[in-house]
Design a protein around this ligand. Structure first.
Ligand SMILES: [Zn+2]
Length: 252
C-alpha cells in the first residue's frame, strides 16, 4: 500500500494497527564510480521487493531522499540536512502519522549517517508520548535487518557494509548498471582506524580520499541479486513481526 497513491478518505479507513514504513535514504557522494543517488535507489529497490509480499498489510510512505550526510559534504554533489534539522524532520514525519492515530511506525533506513538520528528521533518521540503504552516505534537499517549475506554467498569478500563498496556496487550493477562507472579500476579502501572501543567522530576524508570504503572491484550483478534477496527477506521478516505484534512482547 503506497501512501502517495491514496486519497485521504482511503487512509482514514485503514486500521490504525497497520504498520507505517517510512523509508529514509540519502543523496551523497558514492566514490568515483557510483551515482550520488545510490542509497535512495538501493533502498527504493528493497522497498519495491518487500511491498509485494506485504501487499495490503503495510502502509509505505514515499522515500525521503534528503539524509544526514554532512560528513560527505567535502565531495561535490552531496546534498544534506544538518543533523539537528534532520532529527526534527524525522520527528515531524513520524508524528504526522501518530497525530492521525497510527501506532506502529518503522523508519526503514538505507544510509549509515541516518542510523543515530533515526534512533534518537524515535527515542525523543517516545518521551513526548510517554504515557502511551500502545506505540511501536522502530528503526532498522536494511542491511542489518536479517541474516548476514555471507552465509548465502561465500564469494562475497566483504563481511560488512562499506560505502560504494562491493555490496553497494553489486546491487547497483543489478538494478542500474548504466549508472556504474569503472568499478574494476577502483582501489581497495580499508575501513580504517576504528579507535575501538571508542566511537571516533569522523568526516569522510579522514577515512577515504576517493570517497568509497571497501572493495568495489569485487562487485558483480549476481552478488547484487543475492544481497537484495537476503536483505529483502530480512526486512519482510521484521515487518511481519511488526504486523503480528500483540501490543506487549516482541520476542514471544
Ligand atoms: Zn550508500
Amino acid at each position: 500500500m503506497q501512501l502517495l497513491e491514496m486519497k485521504w478518505t482511503e487512509v482514514a479507513k485503514l486500521s490504525r494497527d497497520m504498520p507505517v514504513v517510512i523509508p529514509i535514504a540519502a543523496l551523497e557522494q558514492h566514490g568515483p564510480h557510483m551515482p550520488v543517488f545510490t542509497d535512495s535507489l538501493l533502498l527504493g529497490e528493497v522497498v519495491r521487493r518487500v511491498s509485494e509480499p506485504l501487499q495490503g498489510r503495510v502502509l509505505f510512505a514515499p522515500l525521503l531522499w534528503l539524509g544526514n550526510s554532512h560528513h560527505h559534504l567535502d565531495f561535490p554533489g552531496t546534498v544534506s540536512a544538518s543533523p539537528r534539522v534532520y532529527l526534527n524532520m524525522l520527528i515531524d514525519l513520524a508524528e504526522s502519522f501518530l497525530f492521525n492515530g497510527f501506532r506502529r511506525l518503522v523508519l526503514l533506513n538505507g544510509h549509515g549517517g541516518n542510523i543515530v538520528p533515526a534512533q534518537q528521533a524515535l527515542f525523543e518521540l517516545r518521551q513526548r508520548y510517554r504515557s502511551r503504552g500502545d506505540l511501536l516505534l522502530l528503526s532498522a537499517t536494511y542491511w542489518t535487518a536479517g541474516d548476514n549475506p555471507n552465509e548465502a554467498d561465500s564469494s562475497l569478500r566483504q563481511t560488512q557494509m562499506g560505502h560504494a563498496c562491493e555490496w553497494e556496487t553489486s546491487m547497483m550493477l543489478r538494478i542500474q548498471p548504466q549508472l556504474v562507472g569503472d568499478y574494476a579500476a577502483t582501489e581497495d579502501v580499508e575501513w580504517g582506524r576504528a579507535f575501538a572501543p571508542a566511537n571516533r567522530a569522523w568526516v569522510t576524508p579522514d577515512r577515504s580520499t576517493l570517497g568509497h570504503i571497501g572493495y568495489p572491484q569485487k562487485a558483480s550483478a549476481d552478488k547484487g541479486e543475492t544481497l537484495f534477496r537476503v536483505f529483502a527477506a530480512g526486512v519482510v521478516a521484521l515487518l511481519e513481526r511488526a504486523i503480528a505484534w500483540d501490543g506487549q512482547e516482541w520476542d514471544a
